[in-house]
Design a protein around this ligand. Structure first.
Ligand SMILES: C[S@@+](CC[C@H](N)C(=O)[O-])C[C@H]1O[C@@H](n2cnc3c(N)ncnc32)[C@H](O)[C@@H]1O
Length: 459
């Protein structure tokens, strides 16, 4: 039977605790926030299951919990991604709620927070069965029953024929698993590894390997990649079950837009919000997870992605650039937001929708969603409750947009208290706009990209 090492997950976690001294792990009061960057998560139990662009680190969430929620309470992440906040909140003994529109991320968050309920014996023996099934089928002339998702179109074959054959054998096994919880663990293990043996890669947007100067993958030990992931998952589940008390917590992952929060949550029901909405950088979570959405059966045609696109916080430049003009739906006296958008609007007119007007439309649509988001914060937070919002600034056509400051001002104008704006990390890489040729005077302008934590309180 697959061997589960309970200690290993614990050892993975331990360095963060000892690194920062006592149990605070960078407590907000003394040390400021931990770095919100996700990269440290890649080695931590549970968080290492699924990489997520612009996900934030568990250290950051821990420092936020230490600083702002001493007693048991309810923590909300309105844009929960793969569940970093939600899992850390549970680990610290709080009730936790997450909203997320991307079904692959919803699956990841649900599976992670369900770790308590997994029968580890059944999981371990199913991993063994998988290895046996695969070894037997690959060595015979087996014809897989599964087929690739029909609607999933790519410029180059997503998988080379040999890799596809192996993937389909794995799919046959996964589809036949009776226990839904165990099947979801396998689906997640496949989804989180599936790009690594494809002819595509994340740079950080999904693109053909050859375009990034990498070779196509003609063959790959697919079952080993999936089994390695499953083994990590089993170890982490064993660690969760042994070291984290469940304490009858209320845990909800809501697969819907936070803009519909009134349909799901009571007013004034949340103590602390820790979140990071999509940035004003046009990073396309939905397009970049097309392989997972199609292969997991969440998308069947471009219409399914369109639906997600329409729900997405901040919209996308591609969906608003052609409008004559999108304006702010609110006024924000004592800021230069109107002037800055106006300045942007006038730039590069000769480029039509690719010039300043298209980007000003995108920025205005983004801030209109910041306004709607603040309404949601006000609705769900208890009086005296805090919201920590990690947000990155942006540079559009050479114009720096201090997103954090404007968001803070929007919240203030709507009656929230702006406690502070903290900048734990002053450089950011991987912004998709930087890498596109529609970008910003070809980076002649030396504005710095940063991420800030906007700290708000509901009076
Ligand atoms: C910056 S990521 C958050 C990552 C998260 N902090 C983590 O560690 O995984 C933003 C997330 O917001 C989600 N999202 C976008 N619009 C949304 C909406 N209207 N309601 C809920 N989630 C949304 C995106 O799918 C994406 O996963």
């Amino acid at each position: 039977m697959a061997k589960i090492n309970r200690k290993r997950a614990e050892q993975l976690l331990f360095p963060i605790i000892s690194e920062n001294g006592d149990s605070q792990v960078g407590g907000e009061k003394e040390k400021g926030f931990g770095d919100p960057n996700f990269s440290r998560n890649k080695t931590l139990p549970i968080h290492r299951w699924v990489p997520w662009i612009a996900g934030f680190s568990s250290d950051f969430v821990q420092s936020a919990l230490d600083g702002f929620l001493r007693n048991k309470g309810t923590v909300l992440d309105p844009f929960c991604g793969v569940g970093t906040t939600v899992f850390e909140a549970i680990r610290n003994g709080h009730n936790a709620i997450g909203f997320e529109i991307n079904p692959y991320a919803v699956l990841a968050s649900r599976v992670k927070t369900n770790a308590y309920c997994i029968d580890l014996g059944v999981f371990a023996s199913t991993i063994d069965d998988f290895q046996q099934f695969y070894t037997e089928k690959i060595s015979t002339n087996y014809k897989p029953i599964s087929t690739p998702p029909q609607g999933f179109k790519t410029r180059t074959s997503f998988y080379s024929p040999r890799v596809l054959y192996k993937v389909l054998i794995a799919q046959d096994f996964v589809h036949a698993i009776d226990d839904e919880n165990i099947r979801d663990l396998f689906r997640l293990a496949f989804a989180s590894t599936m790009v690594s043996y494809s002819n595509y890669s994340y740079e950080p947007s999904l693109g053909r390997r050859v375009s990034a100067g990498r070779e196509e993958i003609h063959d790959f030990p697919v079952a080993r990649a999936i089994t390695d992931k499953l083994t990590d998952m089993a170890e982490d589940i064993a660690w969760v079950q042994e070291y984290i008390e469940r304490n009858n917590l209320d845990i909800r992952i809501i697969g819907d837009s936070f803009f519909h929060c009134r349909e799901h949550l009571l007013p004034a029901s949340v103590d602390l919000i820790i979140t990071s909405p999509p940035y004003l950088n046009n990073y396309h979570y939905n397009r970049n997870t097309r392989p997972q959405l199609y292969w997991l059966g969440y998308a069947h045609s471009p219409d399914d992605l369109k639906k997600l696109e329409n729900l997405n916080f901040g919209k996308f430049w591609q969906t608003v650039r052609d409008f004559d003009r999108i304006d702010l739906a609110f006024t924000l006296p004592q800021t230069d937001i109107e002037e800055r958008l106006q300045m942007l609007r006038k730039l590069n007119k000769e480029k039509g929708p690719y010039g300043g007007n298209g980007w000003a439309n995108y920025a205005a649509a983004y801030f209109n969603d910041c306004h709607k988001f603040t309404e949601g914060i006000q609705y769900v937070l208890k009086r005296g409750g805090t919201a920590l919002v990690v947000i990155g600034n942006s540079i559009l056509q050479g114009v720096m947009i201090p997103t954090d400051e404007y968001f803070g001002k929007i919240a203030e104008a709507m009656g929230m208290e702006l406690l502070k704006i903290d900048v734990p990390r002053a450089t950011r890489v991987g912004n998709s706009i930087i890498q596109s040729d529609v970008r910003v005077g070809k980076a002649e302008v030396s504005h710095q990209l940063y991420e800030a934590v906007v700290v708000l309180r509901k009076p």
